[in-house]
Design a binder for this molecule. Structure first.
Ligand code: ADP
Length: 303
């Protein structure tokens, strides 16, 4: 089987402590991480493309080269004169990670400002992936443009996948966040939330409540991640639970959810079997939390 997978969102420059006051540079962002794991796990006949906006600076060039190296297509990426990618820094304080962000002015904020380009990219894809972070970074009217396109894609029979990835500080208000995330889910074929976030920010008192809320919005399929517990699947009304894998030592949970999503989709698009896909994704995510960093190399994923 073959197809075209498109992930839409923001990738940032990541700076982490390398000792002696030095900083190490990497690239990461939720939708890019998912594209990375989708690419690592998908059959070669599938293409994986990233849709974002970057600048015309050397850092944007480096990022493009990095995507290409990973086998992620870059031909749809918009380049904006005078702009640059967003950036974040991981600080360690007593072993805890704290993040500082410089992303308010990033090129990616304009990724939906050219509606024709966005439509063309989505029309040329079979599977469209986006997140609550993708929606949160956009100006209000551009978020509406993106939502109109994902609704259109779903209506045209494309498989639209949405991870709410709730980050309150990216949103103007709780009200806007609740409404826009609900619209994202409404426009999707599959919603892949994390229960911890949903309980905290939507007040769901059980996984069942999250399943019900997203299905009632019109998402026919949901996969609700719950960390070391496992995943609850409800595909077309059929409910299943798939436990997480046991991990000897959890080293870094960054991108656990993103790696689950990417590997789940790789398997699901091939097999249409949500349970088998969740078992596979639980194995991949278990490897990811056993290693440092958001993007774990393919040869360490045990594929
Ligand atoms: P998010 O990163 O979006 O909050 P979760 O924390 O729910 O997502 O984790 C996503 C997936 O990663 C889980 O469904 C599980 O398969 C795996 N995972 C996360 N934490 C652990 C853990 N401590 N042990 C084993 N698997 C884990």
């Amino acid at each position: 089987m073959s197809g075209r997978f498109l992930s839409i969102g923001e990738c940032m420059v990541e700076l982490s402590q390398a000792g002696g006051g030095l900083l190490r540079k990497g690239f990461a962002g939720d939708t890019l991480n998912t594209a990375w794991y989708a690419r690592a796990c998908m059959q070669p006949a599938w293409s994986v493309d990233y849709f974002t906006a970057l600048g015309d600076d050397p850092m944007s060039d480096e990022m493009i080269a990095f995507f290409e190296e990973a086998g992620i297509g870059t031909k749809l990426i918009r380049r904006i004169k005078g702009k640059a990618p967003g950036l974040y820094l991981i600080n360690l304080r007593n072993g805890e990670r704290f993040f500082s962000y410089w992303r308010e002015n990033s090129a990616a904020r304009q990724l939906a400002a050219d509606p024709d380009r966005l439509r063309e990219a989505i029309e040329g894809s079979d599977v469209v992936y986006f997140s609550g972070i993708t929606l949160a970074i956009l100006p209000r009217e551009d978020a509406d443009t993106l939502l109109a396109e994902t609704r259109r894609a779903k209506a045209a029979g494309k498989f639209v996948v949405f991870d709410p990835n709730i980050r309150p500080r990216l949103w103007a208000s709780y009200d806007v966040m609740h409404t826009t995330i609900s619209e994202g889910a409404r426009s999707s074929s599959l919603v892949m939330p994390s229960f911890e976030d949903e309980a905290l920010h939507f007040g769901d008192d059980s996984i069942e409540a999250t399943v019900h809320r997203y299905r009632a919005l019109g998402a026919p399929n949901v996969a609700i991640k719950n960390g070391a517990e496992g995943v609850t699947l409800n595909f077309a009304g059929q409910q299943n639970f798939v436990p997480a894998e046991k991990v000897k030592e959890v080293v870094d949970t960054t991108s656990a959810g993103d790696s689950f999503n990417g590997s789940f989709l790789a398997k699901y698009l091939e097999t249409k079997d949500p349970v088998a896909s969740a078992h596979f994704a639980a194995k991949v995510a278990a490897r990811v939390v056993s290693e440092h960093g958001a993007l774990v190399a393919k040869d360490k994923l045990g594929l």
